[in-house]
Write a protein that binds this ligand. Structure first.
Ligand code: DON
Length: 325
């Protein structure tokens, strides 16, 4: 890092100047009071609508953050690209995509539908993510207990985040499981259609999905995860190769086309960088070969994306043309 600094070889050479612009957009978006905090479980409903944080980590480890960047929140659907990436790495894309498609569903993230092959449309929606969790539970280290599989997966998430300890919110986990009629319905519908791998245990797979959603991260940590994805699977802070570049390519492709619920097409058009949102108000933004950004603000728009987060992305692209095309 230091020798690059002397040679001024950073991917964003004028980083301080860049960050000043980010901070300006931060304050602009702070005034946005649109949207509603998720209310389907009490633990999310209690989140202050005023929380707003931005963290950035570049592929060469330059970091910047502003606002509420050290407050833990549950990772929720931002876990979906990560469990998908782990499954790709350990099982290979051919095996994984025997079970799940690559097509946007064009419907809500929890809609009770399968594609014309009777598979979930993609790993970024609930059905696909539940299926991915069943692959990780059943086909990867089948001898592991549920506790071991949880530790194993959390350890992956932590390594993606630069080896920083992560939390687990047990109250969210219990509430998620309690208020999961739709997710169970999706699970049963997939079981009826023989979507799951042989020998998978239904209840354990569903629990594992809820556990992955209930892992707790901060904005800072999620930005490092984004940077690891931007850097082809090598964490810029530890230099550990956590995921293979081909797995990361697949993850980013589907984040690009399916990561923003039923706003994914418009988002890909307007903003044009792979992003995944979660119901806790997080946006995991990956600018390949440049940086990871985490945006976190609980109020959500009608489609379930963080209002301030989406506004930030649109403003960012107006100012800096990170759009892939
Ligand atoms: O499955 C659920 O309903 C939540 N625990 C995850 C929700 C979420 O972030 C929506 N994702 N696509």
């Amino acid at each position: 890092l230091i020798s690059r600094a002397f040679r001024r070889q950073f991917i964003i050479p004028e980083f301080q100047e860049f960050c000043k612009n980010i901070e300006e957009i931060y304050w602009k978006c702070k005034d946005n009071t649109d949207g509603k905090v998720a209310s389907y479980i009490p633990q999310l409903k209690r989140m202050s609508p005023n929380y707003w944080g931005i963290s950035i980590c570049t592929i060469d480890g330059q970091r910047f953050s502003v606002g509420d960047v050290a407050i833990p929140f549950t990772i929720q659907s931002c876990s979906k690209p990560l469990t998908y990436g782990i499954a790709l790495d350990l099982l290979g894309a051919d095996v994984v995509h025997q079970y799940v498609g690559q097509e946007p569903s064009g419907r809500n993230f929890n809609e009770l539908i399968l594609d014309h092959n009777k598979k979930p449309h993609n790993p970024m929606i609930n059905a696909g993510a539940i299926l991915i969790c069943s692959l990780l539970k059943t086909l990867v280290g089948p001898e592991m207990t549920s506790a071991e599989k949880f530790d194993f997966t959390m350890n992956y998430f932590e390594r993606l985040a630069g080896n920083e300890d992560m939390g687990f919110n047990n109250a969210v986990f219990l509430s998620e499981r309690e208020c999961a009629d739709r997710n169970y319905a999706l699970g049963f519908y997939m079981r009826e259609n023989k979507c799951f791998p042989e020998n998978s245990k239904f209840k354990e797979c569903m629990d594992f999905y809820f556990q992955c959603c209930s892992l707790e991260v901060t904005c800072d940590q999620l930005s490092v995860i984004g940077a690891t994805l931007a850097n082809g699977g090598i964490c810029p802070l530890t230099e550990e190769k956590v995921l293979k570049p081909e797995s990361v390519r697949d993850v980013l492709s589907l984040m690009h086309s399916c990561g923003m619920y039923d706003y994914s097409g418009q988002f890909a058009f307007k903003v044009g960088v792979p992003t995944k949102s979660g119901v806790s108000g997080a946006l995991l933004v990956v600018i390949p070969n440049v940086m990871g950004i985490c945006l976190w603000s609980p109020p959500l728009d009608a489609l379930g994306n963080s209002c301030r987060g989406v506004q930030f992305c649109e403003e960012l692209i107006k100012k800096f043309n990170f759009h892939r095309y």
